[in-house]
Design a protein around this ligand. Sequence first.
Ligand SMILES: Cc1cc2nc3c(=O)[nH]c(=O)nc-3n(C[C@H](O)[C@H](O)[C@H](O)COP(=O)(O)OP(=O)(O)OC[C@H]3O[C@@H](n4cnc5c(N)ncnc54)[C@H](O)[C@@H]3O)c2cc1C
Length: 470
Amino acid sequence: MEIGWIEALQEKIDDHMISARSDLDNYRYDSSFGEYSPEAVVYVTSTKAVSQVLKIANDYKVPVTPRGQGTGLSGGDLPVHGGIILDMSQWPASVEIFPDDLVARVSPGTLTSVIHAEADKYGLMYPPDPSSSNISTIGGNLAENAGGPRGLKYGVTKDYVLGLEVVTPEGEVMQTGGHTIKNVTGLDLTKLMVGSEGILGMITGATLKLIPKPSSVQTVIAAFSTMEEAGKAISKTLTSGILPAKIEFIDQACARAVEEYEPLGLPTDMEAIVLVEVDGHPTAVQEEATTVCKIMKEVGGTNVFLPQTNEEASRAWQARRLVSPAIAKIKPTKASEDATVPRSQIPEMMVRLAEIRDKYNLSLVVFGHAGDGNLHPNILCDERDQAEIARVEQAIEEIFHAALELGGTLSGEHGIGTMKSPFLEEELGPVGVDMMKRIKEGWDPNNIMNPGKIFPDKGQRLILSRRLEE
Ligand SMILES: Cc1cc2nc3c(=O)[nH]c(=O)nc-3n(C[C@H](O)[C@H](O)[C@H](O)COP(=O)(O)OP(=O)(O)OC[C@H]3O[C@@H](n4cnc5c(N)ncnc54)[C@H](O)[C@@H]3O)c2cc1C
């Protein structure tokens, strides 16, 4: 008698796996919404194991959901159709630096902050810096094309990937790209894999581009009594001839939440706080920081502050990093969005967000990477209050519509996953969606890789309430 797929995995795979229902509970969630149980989790630690699992899954047509550290905010690693979770978090961290090539080769389960620290030892920098870099894997960053504050000047994950090792849905191992900065041989499968949210294959290794670490950085902090002034300060800075490494924005509710969570000295009586970091040669940095201070003051900024020590500057950035955990204390449920607009539209988007907040009577706070238009409106609510959740769903829909109307996008960095798929066609149009589906069908004829992501199921709409299974 033919054995079942779980028995086939148990027979062939040496890596640890679990399949008892009582052991699978932790894998029902990620950092977004929804609750779906896998039928097995395999803790893969080698390319060979990934290949063996995918061969079995493909033979038996069993869904496979890749999972890094589960910090994704769009539902990407929820096993919506059951099957196998391939957990990459136990894969030993490995960062091999090639200083003469300014390149790093990394394993998929490596935390991004470990790559930052290793590059730093050679006076080099891996610029992509998601705020989750201490708790997310490079595999997850690659699959989501993660961004972060430094995206303003340095770009995002895709801008630093030279090559990948990929296991295809049929279990074959493929190398894409290479070790060189320039490479135009054939179609760019590296870029296609980056941001593919685990629907095209497993990323089991990456070659990353590094750059020299800037020799000097300077932070500037300013507070504003209106959002409008903060918006003006951001656009005036961006058109002044200076390109800061980061321009981040925190609204008053976020500042208050951070100060309650861990007092770090943020002003709590102002509508908006803007944090800027300039980097480069020390002389240029001092000049640019002085200009930024001047601009902030000219448009009405108060409490304009230039930290003089590393400790002072790190406190400011620590405050920015704490926004997410701090606002999570306000109410039990947090719906995080990352609708992104052209930079000129930031002030209008702020107006629209305030209107949506008032219309649906919700606690909506905003922070984010204002320098590149990537705002993070967060709605704080209580999942147990069905009436409130229904208003949140409507508000999120309006946020997406507003971003698209203003020439923006559904997601600047968190991905589509399950959360934004119902709106995909509104941004891409039917031809764009169809072309993407054809690529998916070509790569993964049995649709085993992360099914139920990016492309909406028929009639699917945004539903935040968890789908509780028995
Ligand atoms: C507090 C907080 C702050 C955050 N800040 C940022 C930010 O500043 N910028 C930003 O971009 N995001 C941010 N995020 C979102 C999240 O951290 C990123 O999306 C991150 O890249 C996910 O990494 P992960 O290891 O947790 O992957 P997971 O969440 O486990 O997986 C994410 C997606 O990648 C797929 N995947 C994972 N590993 C692989 C692999 N090896 N091969 C193929 N597919 C794979 C999964 O199937 C899933 O679709 C934040 C999240 C939190 C909780």
